[in-house]
Write a protein that binds this ligand. Structure first.
Ligand code: ATP
Ligand code: MG
Length: 432
């Protein structure tokens, strides 16, 4: 049997008689008519049940059907401004595919955040969670589309690794046949190996960070979209980032405007984003903050709080470039004109959201790299293969890492990063 997708009905693509199957999302009865919302994964639609169409017996039976039961309904599509989404199905017949138990734990009433996180396996059926998951999927679809159009190859790196990429303090150790290995913090080092084989490369994969600070924008497991390009410098990678972010923003605005509006995000705003993005140096950022009376000195990394202050001054995503060497990982290329800073760029989202991308140009010669590894107190042996990349066929290269949840948080104006992923992993949550 053919079933119609709710999405197609809500888009006005289908008329006449349809069969739809899905979960009984919400029940309401008014003036002897049942208005039951049905959810099929593509959308939510009102189904309208009247005695004259289905008979008294069916009206009584379905009234008792618990929410989240799975049903099949057959009926006629009708445009109706009063129905959510503007369409309804006037039911003629139905079938129960699976009857749910009574007392659905997430019935429509107020629940605290912990209760909802404990019932996340059910809460992802909530309208806003559904909308976020669709926007997230669309974001990644748009990114892959852009990579394909621009000649990038998807490349996968291991999750088990032997050495740190972003610093030892946030490593997750794993027992590995009598040895200790670590969950990857970033694909980058492998991405740098990839470019000499496949050219411009990217990945979309989980990264793990044992973040001890409890903030609203750190997960311990997050999805990381990373890019590495050969024959590319700081300017080049910023251009790639601007174009990619613009393509994603425009695709979301054009293809899922209604989902954005559910979160108070105007599609027009996302359409207004285009290259070039504003760029300031770290020095300028420090000056701006000092002028604001913030207690900060040259050399300090931008913290969550200071970054937030800075982002309030911008209306669109912007770059902060040329951070002090001490604030960044060992592989960043020092600026030849000013070796105390590195050729890096972070992209910060406006309105208090802060860093969504970290990236820059990498060190491409052997001596500088070994010197920096030693300066940071790391073991040269641990990075032998990574150093090798500079021995055979080294080229200027640059890349970046975009936090998928950080991006979604900004686009959907979310207060907490955990609401940008289905099953968040944080310092005190690994269930469900
Ligand atoms: P922050 O200073 O905000 O902790 P970072 O400098 O550690 O970020 P990078 O190492 O540059 O971040 O990682 C690249 C990107 O990955 C960041 O710009 C951010 O979008 C994302 N990211 C980093 N750590 C986390 C985390 N714990 N949870 C979610 N996303 C993260
Ligand atoms: Mg960090």
């Amino acid at each position: 049997m053919e079933f119609t997708r709710v999405e197609d009905i809500l888009k006005g693509k289908v008329s006449g008689s349809v069969s739809v199957r899905g979960w009984l999302h919400h029940k309401r009865t008014m003036g002897g008519v049942h208005f039951f919302l049905v959810r099929d994964g593509t959308g939510i639609i009102q189904t309208t049940w009247k005695k004259e169409n289905v008979g008294e017996e069916v009206m009584e039976k379905v009234e008792k059907l618990p929410v989240e039961s799975v049903i099949m309904v057959k009926g006629d599509v009708k445009e109706d401004k009063r129905a959510p989404g503007g369409y309804e199905i006037v039911v003629k017949s139905y079938d129960v595919i699976s009857k749910a138990e009574e007392d659905y734990p997430i019935a429509r009433k107020y629940h605290g955040p912990d209760f909802l996180l404990d019932h996340r396996h059910l809460y992802i059926r909530n309208e806003k969670m559904w909308a976020m998951l669709k926007v997230r999927a669309k974001m990644l679809e748009a990114a892959r589309e852009w990579f394909k159009e621009n000649g990038f190859t998807e490349f996968h790196a291991p999750i088990f690794t032997a050495a740190a990429c972003e610093g030892g303090s946030t490593l997750f150790p794993v027992k590995y046949f009598g040895k200790t290995v670590y969950l990857t913090q970033s694909w980058q080092l492998y991405g740098e190996a990839a470019i000499a084989s496949v050219g411009k490369a990217y990945t979309i994969a989980p990264s793990f960070r044992a973040e001890k600070s409890r903030t609203r924008r750190h997960l311990t497991e997050y999805w990381h979209l990373e890019v590495e390009e050969p024959f590319c410098d700081l300017k080049g990678t910023m251009k790639t980032q601007e174009e990619l972010i613009t393509h994603i923003c425009h695709t979301l605005a054009e293809e899922v405007p209604d989902l954005l509006k559910m979160f108070g995000r105007e599609p027009e705003y996302l359409l207004s984003i285009k290259p070039p993005f504003p760029k300031i140096t770290y020095d300028e950022a420090i000056q701006l903050l000092k002028k604001d009376g913030v207690d900060i000195k040259w050399g300090d990394d931008l913290t969550w709080v200071t970054e937030k202050r800075l982002t309030m001054k911008f209306k669109v995503p912007f770059f902060v470039t040329h951070y002090p060497k001490s604030a960044k990982a060992f592989y960043h290329k020092p600026d030849p004109k000013r070796p105390e800073v590195v050729l890096c760029a972070d992209m910060l989202a406006p309105d208090g959201y802060g860093e969504i991308i970290g990236g820059g140009e990498r060190i491409s010669d052997v001596e500088t790299l070994i010197k920096r590894i030693k300066e940071e107190g790391l073991k040269v042996e641990d990075y032998k293969w990574y150093i090798d990349l500079r021995r055979w066929g080294t080229v200027p290269h640059a890349g970046f890492g975009l936090g998928v949840e950080r991006f979604i948080m900004w686009v959907l104006k979310l207060d907490h990063i955990r609401d940008a992923i289905a099953f968040p992993r944080t310092i005190n949550r690994v269930y469900p």
